[in-house]
Design a protein around this ligand. Structure first.
Ligand SMILES: Nc1ncnc2c1ncn2[C@@H]1O[C@H](COP(=O)(O)OP(=O)(O)OP(=O)(O)O)[C@@H](O)[C@H]1O
Length: 495
């Protein structure tokens, strides 16, 4: 067997290829994971990371290659979910896979079929609580809660905890975390990474996929870089610095922190395009967005920011007590599975749907103009697909998110609201989107941007911090730093 593979490797792949029709997602990958290591797996959107993980977890069969578990070769046709599970491989996928109509406890039972018989519910509930307590102390999640009623972040926490549960029948040996922190706010994400480090110190193994390079540097022992379906670097973490890693991924290194330069005159003049009041607000504070302004909504996840965006959106076409909107508006969803993509449509249709009136003449959509728009946005955001007519779900997660951006940015909307939309987008594309947002704002477009990443607030002109459904701080340009935002987010909880 070729590649850096030893007998002790928990799992070893070599020469693995995977094609989807004309798309070669994996072009001969070697990867081995040993006990007690955290492998950070990075690469651009569509590099092949998730496909590789699906093969490890047995949910996809490779086209070709070799596969070994605990040093034992397994014919690729025999690689299966149950085999991977028996070997202790667990995977927290990017798109959540819990059953929304079942409780968290019932989802534990779905994943751990051996929890059956008399008293299974109590046992499953206890195991889940123990796992949640050790990973996310103070989580506040009731095991009897229906998953569909939980916020995206909490659903993610349940999904993660389920994969770390140790039952009498099975224990996790290698846990694959595919962008696990993308729907968690920073404090919860830190809890998870700290737990992953403890798990690895105790001899467990983790593969951590993330576009947040800080997560990789803080947690991985070794970094594997993928590019266009191949591994292009595999070295200990100490062998990389941030610029070197970004370059290995095929992106140009950053030359600025992306902070938005102050416009010549204040944007907070004239009548705002959007004014909105959170329903629970007890004082006079309002979110206001002026023409050409980038307004950030901050605070811990689930504290009313997404609810405010929905309320504003509703006010575009309805009378509302809480919001007024003066202008056309488009929305970029963060929870793309439930709010964003039209799963039965092509990539192109997903991009153009918001712009059909402007692509039409005499009531008929011009297929020439439609194709031109699709081409333009495929190029602009580098949507990786051989054909915009392919179904949207053939795209990698980050590329689906790019399609949602293209839909909003390519539309005639004067105001764009964004619900933590950069989750899963690679560092190179993120930078291009930030630049685009700055340019568009310079031309008079307004942005209302909820983000869980502090660095993204640096692109904003004005920031509102939310806590418990209310605006608790309003910070103008030059007034906000991470400490102030965190302080405002936590103040009451600490009191
Ligand atoms: N079911 C599918 N049908 C067709 N093509 C697919 C399918 N699944 C993945 N692909 C393609 O395989 C390639 C690798 O995708 P993959 O999801 O593994 O990338 P990734 O590195 O995980 O990206 P991201 O960072 O965006 O999650 C992409 O070009 C993608 O479009």
């Amino acid at each position: 067997m070729s590649g850096p593979i030893e007998d002790v490797a928990l799992v070893a792949l070599s020469g693995v290829t995977k094609s989807f029709g004309a798309v070669r997602a994996l072009a001969g990958v070697d990867l081995a994971v040993r006990r007690g290591e955290c492998v950070g797996l990075v690469g651009h959107n569509g590099a092949g990371k998730s496909t590789l993980m699906q093969i490890l977890a047995g949910t996809r069969t490779p086209t070709d290659g070799r596969f070994a578990l605990a040093g034992k070769d397994i014919p690729i046709a025999d690689v299966s979910v149950s085999r991977a599970l028996d070997a202790g491989i667990r995977c927290v996928f990017q798109e959540l896979s819990l059953c929304p109509n079942l409780t968290a406890t019932e989802n534990v039972r779905v994943r751990h079929a051996t929890l059956s018989g008399f008293g299974w519910r109590r046992k499953a509930s206890r195991l889940l609580t123990e796992a949640l307590d050790s990973i996310f102390p103070g989580h506040g999640i009731a095991p009897a809660a229906t998953v569909g009623d939980l916020s995206l972040g909490r659903r993610q926490m349940v999904e993660i905890a389920i994969n770390f549960i140790v039952t009498d029948a099975a224990e996790p040996k290698l846990v694959i975390l595919d962008e696990p922190t993308s729907s968690l706010d920073q404090s919860v994400a830190s809890q998870l990474l700290a737990f992953a480090r403890r798990f690895v110190e105790r001899g467990g193994s983790v593969i951590l996929i993330s576009h947040i390079l800080g997560d990789i540097f803080s947690t991985a022992n070794r970094i594997v870089v993928m590019r266009d379906g191949a591994v292009v670097a595999d070295r200990p973490v100490a062998a990389f610095d941030r610029a070197g890693l970004v370059a290995a991924m095929g992106h140009v290194a950053e030359d600025r922190d992306g902070r938005r330069e102050a416009p010549a005159k204040s944007l907070r003049e004239g009548e705002p395009m959007v004014v909105a009041m959170p329903p629970r607000q007890e004082d006079e504070s309002r979110v206001a967005v002026h023409r050409g302004e980038i307004v950030g909504l901050a605070g811990l996840a689930g504290h009313g920011q997404t609810a405010l965006l929905r309320l504003v959106h509703h006010a575009v076409h309805h009378r509302s007590r809480y919001a007024t909107v003066k202008g056309r508006m488009a929305f970029v969803a963060g929870d793309r599975q439930s709010d964003g993509v039209f799963p039965l449509w092509s990539i192109g249709e997903n991009v153009t749907v918001r712009s059909l009136p402007s692509l039409s003449r005499f009531g008929l959509v011009s297929s020439r103009r439609e194709a031109a728009m699709e081409r333009e946005w495929k190029e602009t955001l580098k949507i990786r697909t051989p054909d915009m007519d392919d179904n949207i779900l053939t795209l990698s997660g980050g590329n689906q998110q790019k399609a949602l951006f293209a839909r909003a940015l390519g539309s005639d909307a004067e105001i764009i609201s964004m619900d933590d939309p950069m989750r899963g987008v690679d560092v190179g594309t993120k930078r291009e989107v930030y630049e685009r947002i700055r340019q568009e704002a310079g031309r008079g477009r307004s942005f209302l941007w909820y983000t869980t990443e502090f660095d993204e607030l640096l692109h904003c002109d004005h920031v509102y911090v939310f806590r418990e459904g209310r605006i608790v701080a309003e910070l103008g340009r030059g007034e906000f730093d991470e400490e102030k935002v965190l302080q405002a987010s936590f103040e009451e909880a600490a009191a």
